[in-house]
Design a binder for this molecule. Sequence first.
Ligand code: GDP
Ligand code: MG
Length: 157
Amino acid sequence: MSEHDERTFVMVKPDGVQRGLIGDVVSRFEQRGLKLVGAKFMQIDEDLAHEHYGEHEGKPFFEGLVEFITSGPVFAMVWEGADATRQVRKMMGETDPADSAPGTIRGDFGLDLGHNVIHGSDHEDEGANEREIALFFDEDELVDWDLDAASWVYEDE
Ligand code: GDP
Ligand code: MG
C-alpha cells in the first residue's frame, strides 16, 4: 500500500474557477485513479500568496502573480496515489499553456502563461508537496478513507 500513498497539492486558480473548469479538472484526476483526500473552496490572502509563491519573490512577474492568485477564489485539493506529484505535473502540461501538449490540462484549457488554470506541487523540488499541503490544509481537514477502486487501479493493491 505504501507506494500508493504519495500526496500532492493541486489548485484550480482564479481563472479556472471563473471559467467553470473545477469539475473538468477534478474529473481528470478521479478518472486517472487518484484519490481525493482534501478539498477546499477558498480565497487566498496576501500573506498566503507570498508564502506559497515565495520561491518567485523578486522576479518580474511576482507582484502580478500575487495579484492574480488573490483576485478571486481558488479550489485547493490534495490528491493521493502512486507517484502522484509527478503524474499530476505530467497531466498539467508545461508552465506555459502555449508549450503544453493537447490532452494536458494547460494544453486543453489555456493559452496564456499568466492565466494557466492550475497549480500543482513541483516534483523536482523535494518535499514541495508536503510543504504546500501543510500550508493550505490542517491535518484534520485531510480525510483517511479507502478508495474501493484502488484494487482495480493497481495490480498489487
Ligand atoms: P508552475 O510550477 O508550472 O506553475 O510554474 P512556476 O513555479 O515556474 O511559476 C509559478 C506561476 O507563475 C506559473 O504557473 C505562472 O502562472 C506564473 N509565471 C511563471 N513564469 C512567468 C512569467 O514569465 N510571466 C508571467 N506573467 N507569469 C509567470
Ligand atoms: Mg512551480
